[in-house]
Design a protein around this ligand. Structure first.
Ligand code: SF4
Ligand code: SF4
Length: 473
């Protein structure tokens, strides 16, 4: 039976409840009065339930859909301004004992090169990432209890935080690894990770069991209850996501929101981020084998509906998507993007040889970080390299209450400008720097508090003239 508070996956992601939700959404997809009332409710910026949001996702009235898009855009502006936080993935190891049918790292794939970075290789990769200008990483690894142990992850995190090359530093390490135990989550927390990310892939249990035929990941309940264990282990920033294309997108959407509602109900804090990856071509994987792919229009609607349903949750899009798609959804709700990414194990320090490729998926946006930063600024976005919250202890419910009161804005905007300035001084091409300096000059006037503005101006001067770094609010 559906129970948002239950710790059992089958209760908080209840199949019957999702089917009822989809039926309700279908029955009401042309119910103008209900849709209007839901849009009005969403305007209060307190979010929507999975049932309410599913009606809006199903809505087939064009004019109402346009309203949904406009509202998503407005909420994005109100909560995140024109800032986009930058990050990069770092693949540690692609050894994996699972059989996920949509991922080239599945155990039966014998022709992909298997690699695991040594600490020395990690140093080289991280220096290359620092030299691009990155400050925030998402670590990625397959599941393999022999190769990819918790001790290995802890050592990697320690190595990464310890590397100080020129003015570079990785200031926030997020991690995306297999579901594990409360004790292991506690160790990750103690090692100083930011967000623990784990994609559900699909909330549809039957599909999940088919798509994960072998390996520990086959255990749907253990996987689905991972965020509960992470929170019990003290990790209060968790990142959800589904791989759109595996099952019906409306089912996944309802499941995703039910998961967010469950975390909020059980722990008082919803997900820190939601990622929206779509299935892509990769070694041994043809997306055509999966018949639930979604087109760009549906993808945009999904992003908009997530944005208005969980306004306080950051939304992430990776280089799986090309420039055009990224451009289309940025203003609808995306708050974090990756840039200059490699999805192989190694590859930042030097390109992989053709016969030893280890990529998880084909990157669609292949531009360098400098190009991505310039592109964002040309559209009037502020690329932000801020990592302040986690370092100031603003995580979990503390972070959420600042978000909900709107106070976080007083930190985000100045921090974006100061970290962008660091980037421009240390890593940008002359063309990017010229655009960025103009943008900062204009945007600093938008820091509303006079005292804060003068601090930012002084810090910008110190960054430029005294080579000082790492200011934050
Ligand atoms: S999705 Fe993750 S668990 Fe599955 S095969 Fe790929 S790396 Fe392994
Ligand atoms: S101040 Fe906090 S919420 Fe704002 S961009 Fe920085 S880390 Fe993110």
């Amino acid at each position: 039976m559906y129970d948002v508070n239950s710790k059992r996956a089958d209760d908080f992601i209840n199949h019957e409840e999702i089917l009822d939700t989809l039926k309700y959404a279908d029955e009401n997809k042309e119910n103008g009065a209900l849709i209007d009332s839901l849009i009005e409710k969403a305007k209060l910026r307190k979010g929507l339930s999975h049932r309410e949001a599913s009606v809006l996702l199903a809505c087939e009235i064009e004019e109402k859909n346009q309203e949904i898009f406009r509202l998503a855009e407005q909420i994005k502006k109100d909560f995140y301004g024109n800032r986009i936080v930058m990050f990069a993935p770092l693949y540690l190891s692609n050894y994996c004992i699972n059989g996920c049918t949509y991922c080239p790292y599945h155990m039966k794939n014998k022709h992909i090169a298997r690699k695991k970075l040594t600490q020395e290789e990690i140093r080289r990769e991280v220096i290359a990432l620092q030299d691009m200008g990155h400050k925030r990483l998402a670590l990625e690894a397959g599941e393999d209890p022999v190769h990819n142990t918790m001790e290995y992850y802890l050592e990697c995190i320690n190595t990464i935080y310890g590397i100080k090359h020129k003015n570079g530093a990785i200031r926030r390490v997020n991690i995306n690894i297999a579901a594990t135990t409360v004790d292991h989550y506690r160790l990750l927390k103690e090692a100083g990770i930011g967000t623990y990310i784990l994609f559900q892939e699909t909330y549809h249990k039957e599909s999940y069991l088919t798509l994960h035929p072998t390996g520990p990941k086959h255990d749907y309940n253990y996987h689905t209850e991972a965020m509960d264990r992470a929170m019990e282990g003290g990790i209060d920033d968790v990142g959800l996501g589904v791989l759109f294309g595996l099952d019906k997108y409306r089912y996944e959407f309802a499941g995703l929101l039910m998961h967010a509602e469950h975390l909020e109900a059980a722990f008082g804090v919803g997900p820190h981020t939601i990622s929206v990856p779509r299935l892509k071509r990769a070694d041994d994987i043809d997306p055509g084998q999966f018949d639930n792919g979604i087109d760009d229009d549906i993808f945009a609607k999904l992003v908009a509906c997530i944005r208005i349903s969980v306004p306080y949750t950051g939304m992430i899009i990776s280089t799986r998507e090309n420039q055009t798609t990224r451009e289309r959804v940025l203003h609808l709700g995306i708050s974090q993007i990756s840039g200059g990414s490699r999805t192989s194990v190694g590859g930042y320090y030097e390109p992989e040889p053709e016969d030893k490729k280890s990529e998880q998926f084909d990157v669609s946006d292949t531009r360098s970080l400098d190009e991505v930063v310039r592109w964002l600024m040309q559209m009037d976005y502020i690329p932000s390299f801020c990592t302040a919250c986690y370092r100031e202890g603003r995580t979990g419910d503390r972070f959420m209450s600042l978000c909900k009161s709107g106070q976080i804005q007083n930190c985000c905007h100045p921090n974006a400008l100061m970290t962008l300035k660091e980037y421009l001084m240390d890593y940008a091409s002359p063309e990017t720097k010229a655009i960025g300096d103009k943008l900062i000059e204009k945007e600093v006037l938008n820091v509303p508090n006079e005292k804060a503005r003068s601090i930012v101006l002084e810090n910008l001067r110190l960054i430029e003239q005294d080579n000082r770094r790492d200011f934050r609010f």
